[in-house]
Design a protein. Structure first.
Length: 268
């Protein structure tokens, strides 16, 4: 009886998540913590058929909220793409959020194969589930603050599953995350976090979200004039801080730091 109750609760959780994994998704997510809200439940891991479990992923800070992610198979991805940063060489995949013109563009180079908008121009939530060579890309919709009101499902957190890594870009996040969001996001080994101190959310809120995600690598972005120390030092002793002189670094599942580390690349 207890087992039936647990199964029923798991089904309710899955179908209650914002756009959780469904049968029409191309592959099961290896990062989604399906048992996140169930006490004494066992986490289940899946190996996506379209993604490899080895090799290094390269990260480059291009500017503003744009990071370039290069997969072992050579897929080049630009996050929060406005056309200003990360267009040379041309990425194969771009993600966008519509908070400001610095996070999207309506004039996309036709050479970009996949343009993933974090909102649905036709209304309702955007839903992206696709495999591009060795990377599985999905999104978790969030709301957006526009003209002092919240627009439901106006933006997205994008998640990239590649080489055994779970990589998340929080985008222009305007509100706290609920348990259902965390469950739909799942595990993030690498997370890109806006640290502007107010245009998205306060640093206190962003620090709390970052602590709960508890990623091995935290990459600040969208800083503007906010002193980095206000974010980094406020994270506490549980997070190491690593300032780099380069704009790029490579990472694999085997080289994740033992202690959660905030890596600040040149230019941030």
């Amino acid at each position: 009886m207890r087992m039936l109750t647990a199964v029923a609760a798991l089904v309710a959780l899955l179908f209650g998540m914002p756009h959780a994994f469904a049968q029409e998704d191309p592959v099961p997510s290896s990062c989604v913590a399906m048992a996140n809200a169930l006490p004494a439940a066992t986490y289940i891991g899946f190996a996506p058929t379209g993604a490899t479990s080895g090799g290094e992923v390269r990260f480059t800070y291009a500017g503003h909220s744009t990071y370039i992610i290069e997969t072992p198979a050579g897929v080049r991805i630009a996050t929060d793409f406005s056309g200003v940063y990360g267009s040379d060489p041309l990425p194969r995949v771009v993600t966008m959020n519509k908070a400001h013109r610095t996070h999207y563009t309506d004039f996309v180079d036709p050479g970009i194969e996949y343009v993933l908008r974090g909102w649905n121009p036709d209304g309702g939530p955007a839903k992206h589930r696709l495999v591009v060579d060795d990377v599985y890309i999905r999104n978790v919709p969030t709301d957006i603050r526009r003209f002092d009101q919240m627009e439901k499902d106006g933006n997205s957190i994008f998640i990239f599953e590649v080489a055994g890594l779970c990589i998340g870009h929080l985008g222009h996040l305007h509100h706290d995350l609920e348990d259902a969001h965390y469950a739909a996001i799942g595990r993030l080994d690498v997370v890109m976090v806006p640290v502007d101190g107010g245009m998205t959310q306060s640093l206190a809120n962003m620090r709390e979200i970052t602590r709960r995600l508890y990623s091995s690598v935290v990459l600040p972005m969208h800083r503007h004039s906010t002193p980095l120390e206000e974010f980094t030092l406020g994270m506490g002793e549980g997070f190491a801080i690593d300032f780099r002189e380069s704009r790029s670094f490579s990472l694999s599942l085997a080289t994740l730091p033992d202690r959660p580390t905030i890596i600040v690349l040149d230019g941030v």
